[in-house]
Design a protein around this ligand. Structure first.
Ligand SMILES: Nc1nc2c(ncn2[C@@H]2O[C@H](COP(=O)(O)OP(=O)(O)OP(=O)(O)O)[C@@H](O)[C@H]2O)c(=O)[nH]1
Ligand SMILES: [Mg+2]
Length: 338
């Protein structure tokens, strides 16, 4: 698509769809499905926010002919909030857009994002917010333990129980019942496999309760200096960055000469490094590249049209020891010709 950079004040506010959910719940997968449903005459933009520095999600969406704005290395609800304002200004300068889809990090607190959009009410209007739940991980215990999850669900217009292929009908029924009993009642609770929701959901607007009591204090703001490059001992590393907070993230970008061996990768994630909560990567595993996801103990590989470099991002409960991780990674990679 082409978007000119001249805009008149007559344009109505741009409809925003916010896609929230805990780490690895299936937000990017849902966006890929939504893009398949996009009417050809409509122009959308994507704003993808990742906690880690490396930027794994945006390249997986880049095959689509859309403007994609990335904010990496922090959450747009807190540490990267100024970047959210700056990116919204850039998006506002584009004309002919009909929708903006925002994926915040799986660690983010959406209230601040909603507030930022509300402050720009002349330019943006939050049409709907969808919270994606990993039904294989959802439980009353998780609900009781995670104030962030409670807030995500409370703030959402639509709750999507995703990954229902991984649970049995009795578990699904009890989760649906639990969500149906919430106060105030959710307008819509739907189910999905790999984000396969019915078309049209994101064109609907929903009435929101005027006041909501949030329970999470959000997460810490990033102190300056918390995110820093570190000296990698691995071959062909272009960049290696660590965020020493809690949660913590660590990531590497390698030249395309590095080949990652699938059996060794599987072995690594079979006994994952202690405290690992999420990993994702775009890696050269043969002639081709693959998107690799590790969520909740499950490792998956998916072919992807990416050739630029190999990049790996891991999120930990607290800062890991980079040297220990690099020892593990050294067993997995080989230097090869292109
Ligand atoms: N079995 C199953 N796996 C799913 C489903 N939806 C998504 N996944 C997988 O879950 C993993 C994480 O999906 P993503 O879409 O990257 O999740 P995310 O919420 O964007 O992750 P973050 O951005 O890291 O928070 C991927 O391996 C997906 O293929 C589903 O309905 N069933
Ligand atoms: Mg994602």
């Amino acid at each position: 698509m082409t978007c000119s950079t001249v805009k008149t004040s007559a344009n109505p506010p741009l409809a925003v769809t916010l896609i929230t959910g805990l780490l690895g719940s299936g937000k990017t997968t849902l966006i890929r499905q939504l893009l398949k449903q996009k009417p050809p005459h409509e122009n959308w933009a994507l704003l993808i926010n990742e906690f880690g520095e490396m930027g794994i999600d945006a390249p997986t969406l880049q095959a689509t002919d859309l403007p994609i704005f990335e904010v990496n290395g922090g959450c747009i609800c807190c540490s990267a909030q100024h970047q959210l304002g700056r990116v919204l200004d850039q998006i506002n300068a584009l004309t002919q857009l009909e929708r903006l889809i925002i994926e915040p990090t799986g660690l983010g607190h959406p209230a601040q994002i909603i507030d930022t959009i509300a402050r720009q009410r002349n330019h943006f209007v939050l049409q709907n917010s969808l919270c994606v739940i990993d039904s294989a991980r959802f439980s009353i215990q998780l609900w009781q333990k995670s104030a962030v999850l409670r807030d995500l669900i409370n703030l959402a217009d639509v709750v999507i129980l995703n990954k229902i292929d991984l649970i049995n009908p009795a578990q699904l029924e009890s989760q649906q019942q639990f969500l149906a009993d919430l106060t105030p009642p959710k307008t819509r609770v739907i189910t999905s496999r790999f984000g396969d929701i019915a078309p049209g959901l994101i064109t609907q607007s929903y009435a929101r309760p005027p006041l909501m009591l949030l329970q999470s204090r959000g997460h810490e703001l990033l102190a300056p200096g918390l995110v820093q490059p570190f000296a990698s001992e691995l071959p062909q590393v272009i960049s290696s960055v660590m965020h020493r907070g809690s949660p913590a993230s660590i990531g590497w970008i390698f030249t395309p000469h590095i080949l990652f061996q699938r059996p060794q990768l599987k072995a690594l994630f079979n006994s994952p490094p202690p405290g690992l909560v999420r990993a994702k990567a775009l890696l050269r595993t043969g002639k081709e590249w693959q998107l690799i996801n590790w969520v909740n103990g499950t490792l998956s590989f998916e072919d992807i049209a990416w050739r630029a470099d190999s990049r790996l991002e891991m999120i930990f409960e607290s800062p890991p020891n980079p040297a220990d991780l690099e020892k593990m990674l050294f067993q997995v990679l080989q230097v090869r010709d292109l």
